[in-house]
Design a protein around this ligand. Sequence first.
Ligand SMILES: N[C@@H](CCC(=O)N[C@@H](CS)C(=O)NCC(=O)O)C(=O)O
Length: 217
Amino acid sequence: MVVKVYGSIDASPQRVLACLVEKEIDFEIIPIDLFKGEHKDLEFLKLQPFGQVPVIQDGDYTLYESRAIMRYYAEKFKSQGTELLGKTIEERGLVEQWLEVEAQRFHPPVYKLVVHILLASALGFPSDPKIIQESEAKLGKVLDIYEERLSKSKYLAGDFFSLADLSHLPFSQHLVADLGKEHMIRDRKHVSAWWDDISNRPSWKKVLQLGVFELPK
Ligand SMILES: N[C@@H](CCC(=O)N[C@@H](CS)C(=O)NCC(=O)O)C(=O)O
């Protein structure tokens, strides 16, 4: 069965694609152009009533929310491809803990940086320097905690790569590649080594080969 991934070359769909590649699951991308507003079309809203990508369709099963999709495939194909949830219930607990940290602590400030540095003019509103400054400060404090954690274990949940690390790839890529904030990673020795490790995985390179995010001309 080939999984249909509705999305674009955007960070949240990339999270799902990296997981599918790690789990050796075949997929097909159904392009949804956010700048043309295709995610608000009535047909698309039948799949994702909040009007966001990604959504997957697997036969007649439909699922949205990128982290829920990753958890679903990591569990469904536990023994296929890379084990991404940990081998014991204790490891699983730590994977879940760091997945929550990514979603609740890392994502909000980095998302604001993407909106205010990268997207504001394309979306037609002025970027707010105060929000940029506050978000960078918040993110810096979060990354200080990562630095401490990664001085004790190679990856976030322990000495094994997991969904918790993978979930950071798309927005860390934005930090490094398009936001001019690579120093936030590089100034922290262990975070920097972790980023080099996870971003050099063949799965992430394959996702980037599918295309990189570009603003409309
Ligand atoms: N919590 C959702 C967030 C998805 C999300 O923010 N998707 C963005 C693209 S990266 C989107 O569809 N933006 C268009 C919009 O929100 O109108 C998930 O993880 O799937």
